[in-house]
Every structure is written in C-alpha cells, then in structure tokens.
Ligand binder design. Sequence first.
Ligand SMILES: Cc1ncc(COP(=O)(O)O)c(C=O)c1O
Length: 443
Amino acid sequence: MLPPSSYLYMMGNFGLQILVIVISFLQSLGRITMAVAVDVSRFESITMAPPDPILGVSEAFRADTHEMKLNLGVGAYRTEELQPYVLGVVKKAENLMLERGEFKEYLPIEGLAAFNKATAELLLGADNPIIKQQRIATVQGLSGTGSLRLAAALIERYFTGAKVLISSPTWGNHKNIFNDARVPWSEYRYYDPKTVGLDFDGMISDIKAAPEGSFILLHGCAHNPTGIDPTPEQWEAIADVIQEKNHIPFFDVAYQGFASGSLDADASSVRLFAARGMELLVAQSYSKNLGLYAERIGAINVVCSSADAAARVKSQLKRIARPMYSNPPVHGARIVANVVGDPALFNEWKEEMELMAGRIKSVRQKLYDSICAKDKSGKDWSYILKQIGMFSFTGLNRAQSDNMTDKWHVYMTKDGRISLAGLSAAKCEYLADAIIDSFYNVS
Ligand SMILES: Cc1ncc(COP(=O)(O)O)c(C=O)c1O
C-alpha cells in the first residue's frame, strides 16, 4: 500500500483542494483532527514574507559570481581589503574577560551596571549634571533595534495614541518597529531631491503641524540613509519648534564617534537638547562604533525632569523587557564597560574609531574626485562630499539603482543609498563609472 502522500500527489491540485474542503468540513463537525491530513500544513494560511530590503541585498550579492561585484548594501565596516574588521580594543577587552574568568550568570533585567553607567556618560558627557541628578533612566537593550523597540513599547503603553514622526526617508526598520509596537507614525519632510540636501523648511513646518505632544524621531548624527545632517544652527531651530509644540524628542544614535571620528562631536545634537532641560529619549547602538554588530549591545535612555520620574520610567522599561527577553546578553556589555572603563583602552578605541571614520572619508573624497574627473557635463556632485557617515545618498532613482546592480554588479538599496564602508580606494574608479552610466543612460 502506498503512503497517503502518494495518493494526494496522484490526485493533483484539484484533488488536494477537494481533500482540504472535506477535511475542513469534517473538522467543523468535530469528527477529525488535522493530524490525519499528512501533507497539509497547519500553517497553510501563512504566506511567504518578502525579503528584508537591506539584508536581502547581501543574499543577492552572495549569489553573484562576477569578479567586480561590490556589496554597498549593508552598513558594516570593511577594511581596505573589503574584509570584516574586529577592533583591536575589542580583542583586548575579550582577553581581559578571559583572564578575569568573568561569570556567565544572568544579568539584572536592566543590564550590566558598569555598562549602563558608561553608556549614559558617553552619551551626555561624564560630568553632565543630568547624571549626577539621576535624571536619566538607562536600560541595556538588544542593540539599537531592541532599544528602539523597548521605547516604542513604552510609548504604546503610556502615551496611547501619541504619534511618532519619522523622517522621510529613514532607516527601513523604523517603520517596522513602530508598526509592530502598534504606535501610529507619520513622516516629516527631510530630503530634498532637487538639492540632494536637507529640506529644512519642510522639516520645520511638518514638525510644527504635528499634534502637540508627538514624539519626533531624530537621527543623532549621520542620518541613515541620506548622510545629510542639520547644521548646529538648524539643530537649534529644530529644538525651538519641538519645545514650542511640547513634542518629545526621540534620538536614534547608531553612529556616535563613527560619523566624525569624535564621540563628543557626534553627541552634540543630543547634548544641545538635553542642555535646554528637555525630557528626551535616546536609543544607542555599539554595532558600528565598536564593530559589535552581532553582540547586540545598546541602550535606551530616557532623560526625565526629575530623579523620581526617571526611577519610575526605568521600572516600567524593565517590566516591558522581562516578558520580551527576560534580561540582556552580557558579552557585549562587558566589552563596552571594559573599554570605556580603562583609560588606555578608551584612548585606543578613539584612535581606531578615527581610523575607521578616516577611511570612509577618504573613499568618499576619492569617489567624488573620480566622478568629477570622468563627468565633463559640469554637474555639481559636491553633495557627495557634504554628506557624513558611512552612507552616501547618490540621488539615483530605483531604475538607476537597478542598473547599478544588474549591469555593474554593485549591490545597494533601491533608494539609491550606498554604504561607503564597503568601498575600497581600489574600487572607486569602477564605482564612478557605474554611477555615471546609471545616471546618464537610465532615466
Ligand atoms: C539609524 C539606525 N538606527 C538603528 C540601527 C540599529 O542597528 P543595530 O540594531 O544593529 O544596533 C541602525 C543600523 O543600521 C541604523 O542605521
């Protein structure tokens, strides 16, 4: 006798459909359980999810066998040889952990105390009065994403119905995070395609028009995907309108120290708002600046107007974290705490960060120079140089970005973003040819 699946195969699709209908009918009579329907999954109604627009780029890159292929999709730092990079200070901090024989017991829900102290001090400056006054609630999170998700859950629970305003465009995962947390969001204008620069007036008027008490999500530095940051004067004006409208600033700081090479300069936007006495939220990530991508280390900080409010906020963040993942991982937290807590390692980290930021700046310059040398049309490409951080928004549209991939084997996100962290000096000429061809020969 053949197994039941063979009969189903012979019956073909039509037969299978009839069988499903019969089983459903019998099920509704309570006569049968799905256990008898051997090849019909209980998960039949679950459709295939689309690939992630950012992580999907790497999958396509891996499948390409062309010798000139270039992965400029994911924002991860590569060496000049285009190899992943583990920072020297990270190796030293890990050795310290081994020497000390540090334990692997559960952390408290809020994370490693030494990490939480270090991360708040890096963000605000160690002598910031907010820290002494205990007005900051810091909870270790699962990197930037997990920290944003905790904050989103806090907003959903305690500011029900409040809107989060996000920049247009923004990092692709922001929308997923707020959608999954059931937090309503809308966009404020940010990018001006005519200038490939900041639409400052649009940004200000959209923030002004938002319902009073909205959360305004701001990229602390190195805006992803555009690489376009407000100037210090523009940050002041943004703070003015947020204060006027009683909005709550919510910073996403994923690139502190990685954008300019200076931890302090890259935190200046957050510090400017904090110095005004505003309450604010800040999600931090150590994926890029310490290269701890897979360790999932970051934090959510809530600056409150009183120590009492901060204590209550922290208690609720812990309450949200407990049923989600119980407590955070220790490895990355110890690395950060060991690096920041040791003056020699801290200085070495700053040097390595300058090195990474410097390599990115130098390929940015070389790409610009190569494009200008090849393009005799007089087009102004200087926006490439004005952008900051690991990304460049090329201004290429979807069809042009497709041409970059299909013809030139340059993998990038479809919004025209390229990660300069994945570019070497040796490949700048090739990339310049690809950009010029895509820009002029594809509409
Ligand atoms: C703007 C922004 N926020 C947050 C993140 C979070 O990254 P992770 O969860 O790896 O720390 C990223 C990473 O690319 C980012 O670009």
